[in-house]
Design a protein around this ligand. Structure first.
Ligand code: 5RP
Length: 262
């Protein structure tokens, strides 16, 4: 059945499978959102069912919460957990310092809160997510619906003085209507092409009234597990300065591969 997976899905799967090895019995684990994170949740569900792994999961979106429950992971809220041992999540881009753009799936706010409340954040990604400089992927900025067009104008005006290549932004849509986050907010996607100073951008964005959070994760990620379509994985740990290489086997199990939707 893995023959039906595209190389990119295989890369996502092996990254998730390798990252699942970081999870130990008794841990409180932040569960990310997106297609790569969904593979992780499925892998952890299999470990819970088959190996008796006992974990408590804090999901970063309603869809991750639903999947986690479906695969048998005990789900608790962040307030119940208070602090987490580990968060594993996907990313839209990561650079050499493991700074990230996240929010392609619209869950950046919960994702940043959960990752920040964790001893360790591990990102899982296919190799296509690695960039030299962040910004080719549009930067998601979560804004409250009240006066969102005024907030958008303020954001675009602020970009004039920033080290970026593009300055327009678009309201994320869900068909004919605005996309609404789990917190009831809207998302502006900033088409910056290149962010010269991501740290400054993250700080400036969050100072604007109407902006709730931005998708830049600066100094939050500790390690990245990079998957390749042929089963190779690379674990880069920014704190240890280490790079480990491995090759994962595709072990086909109906539970993991029967539902390929996110
Ligand atoms: C959701 C995210 C995702 O982690 C990011 O969009 C990556 O998604 P995928 O694993 O599907 O490529 O930030 O808000």
């Amino acid at each position: 059945m893995t023959g039906e997976l595209s190389p990119i899905d295989k890369a996502k799967f092996v990254a998730a499978k390798r990252a699942a090895q970081f999870v130990e019995d008794g841990m409180r684990v932040g569960l990310g959102t997106g297609s790569t994170a969904a593979w992780l949740v499925r892998c952890l569900g299999e470990m819970v069912r088959d190996d008796g792994l006992r974990i408590k999961g804090v999901p970063t979106s309603t869809r991750t919460a639903q999947l986690a429950r479906e695969v048998g992971i005990e789900v608790i809220s962040l307030d119940e957990a208070k602090w987490l041992d580990l968060t594993i999540d996907g990313a839209d881009e990561f650079d050499g310092e493991l700074n990230l753009i996240k929010g392609g799936g619209g869950a950046l706010l919960q994702e940043k809160i959960v990752a920040t409340a964790s001893d360790q954040m591990v990102v899982i990604a296919d190799i296509g997510k690695e960039v030299e400089t962040l910004g080719a992927f549009p930067l998601p900025v979560e804004v409250i619906p009240f006066g969102w067009q005024t907030t958008q104008a303020l954001v675009e005006e602020t970009l004039v003085s920033m080290d970026v290549l593009g300055r327009n932004s678009t309201l994320r849509m869900n068909g004919e209507i605005p996309f609404v986050t789990d917190e009831g907010n809207y998302i502006l996607d900033l088409h910056l092409k290149r962010i010269g100073n991501a740290r400054q951008m993250a700080l400036v964005m969050n100072q604007m009234p109407g902006v709730v959070e931005n998708g830049l994760f600066i100094d939050i990620c500790d390690a990245v597990v990079i998957g390749y379509g042929d089963g190779r994985v690379e674990v880069r740990d920014i704190n240890e300065g280490t790079v480990d290489r491995d090759k994962m086997e595709f072990v086909e199990t109906d539970n993991l591969f029967s539902d390929l939707s996110d």
